[in-house]
Write a protein that binds this ligand. Structure first.
Ligand SMILES: *Cc1c(COP(=O)(O)O)cnc(C)c1O
Length: 350
């Protein structure tokens, strides 16, 4: 029932991708005068006068060892946000196709849909923040190309039930995109290892959260080789800069340090959840599989302003569906968390 070719936009199926100088000549040579680079060098050291590897092979090979999946199943984007946009552009016909999101969720799916003139259909999460499969199924029609699932979800912080996701993967003939930006903070397994079972699965991850590299702008998409080949055709050839590729390669040697940070952040999260729950104006701290907490309060705006007065910025999510009264609070350092709790405890006191 899943047919990648049918799912593709006609113009993308027919697309002849840009062929770079480095695509056309890949061997060893002593003189490279084929790409109109500056042959004299650059004001910076190293080889920044040269275009970077458009396929980021070294990075993908290092990633492949860590993730346990071949480089041909990996696409790198300028942040996950580029991966999100690429999926829309490859599969959704503007003004005709639609996609389904499960709000409250990450805002970029909707923004990217609007930029690409794709209709958004909303299957609001159930009260326990899980997927509403009945509603979801009712929204699907022959123009539904993508279902976006964020797990662990931003801003609700929970993971979606694995069985629910499997039901969708088994029954939907479009693509199911699972955004796992926060997976490293979760007890649940990634869907990456499931790729061989589901030709319609795309998994997104990022260097922006657990890896601590939001400033570099690198996101990852994992999917079948066929899907990755399509996204490769659509992406700008040099979307990951030389310096970024070098820095990511270095970071990938530090898995142990990153794992240590993840363990620490999870400990800090659990402590912060306990401390916040003890405050009188906190009605509920939702369980979190991420590096942030969703906190239901008596007066989100009042507490937000009170914190801001003390120089502490959190995210007011109280206008978001199912999130009335809620603040979204990123786990800080031990000191930052203490300052937060201390400041909140003084709210409403003169
Ligand atoms: C933070 C976040 C991302 C990361 O986006 P980048 O462009 O990789 O920085 C992706 N998805 C969700 C749900 C997020 O919260």
């Amino acid at each position: 029932m899943f047919n990648l070719d049918n799912l593709l936009r006609d113009n993308i199926r027919a697309l002849v991708p840009y062929s770079s100088a480095r695509d056309e000549f890949k061997g060893e040579a002593s003189v490279f005068i084929d790409a109109n680079e500056n042959s004299l060098g650059s004001p910076l050291s190293k080889w920044y006068n040269r275009y970077p590897d458009p396929h980021q092979l070294k990075v993908k090979e290092a990633l492949s060892k860590i993730k346990g999946i071949g480089p041909e199943h990996i696409l790198l984007g300028n942040g996950s946000d580029e991966c999100i946009d690429l999926v829309f552009r490859a599969f959704c016909v503007p003004g005709k196709d639609n996609v389904i999101i499960n709000p409250p969720t990450y805002g970029m799916y909707e923004v990217s849909a609007h930029i690409n003139d794709i209709e958004i259909r909303r299957a609001t999460l159930l009260d326990d923040f899980q997927l509403d499969l009945v509603h979801l199924e009712n929204l699907v029609d022959e123009h539904t190309k993508l279902i976006w699932i964020c797990s662990p979800n931003n801003p609700t912080a929970n993971s979606m039930n694995r069985q629910d996701i499997e039901i969708i993967l088994n029954n939907f003939s479009g693509l199911v995109v699972i955004d796992e930006a926060y997976i490293n903070f979760s007890r649940h397994r990634s869907f990456i290892q499931e790729l061989s079972d589901y030709p319609n699965l795309v998994v997104l991850q990022t260097f922006s959260k657990a890896w601590g590299l939001a400033g570099l702008r690198v996101g990852m998409a994992f999917a079948s080789q066929a899907i990755i080949e399509v996204l490769n055709k659509v992406k700008p050839p040099y979307n990951i800069s030389q310096s970024t590729q070098e820095l990511v390669l270095k970071a990938l040697e530090e898995v142990e340090q990153v794992n240590e940070m993840i363990r620490t952040l999870v400990e800090l999260r659990e402590q912060l959840a306990v401390d916040l729950a003890a405050l009188p104006m906190v009605r509920r701290v939702y369980p979190s599989d991420a590096n942030f907490l969703l906190v239901k309060t008596d007066d989100a705006r009042g507490i937000y302003d009170h914190l801001l007065n003390a120089g502490i910025v959190v995210r007011d999510r109280s206008k978001v569906e199912l999130c009335a009264g809620c603040l979204r609070i990123t786990v800080g350092t031990e000191k930052e968390n203490e300052a937060l709790v201390d400041t909140m405890s003084r709210w409403g006191k003169v």
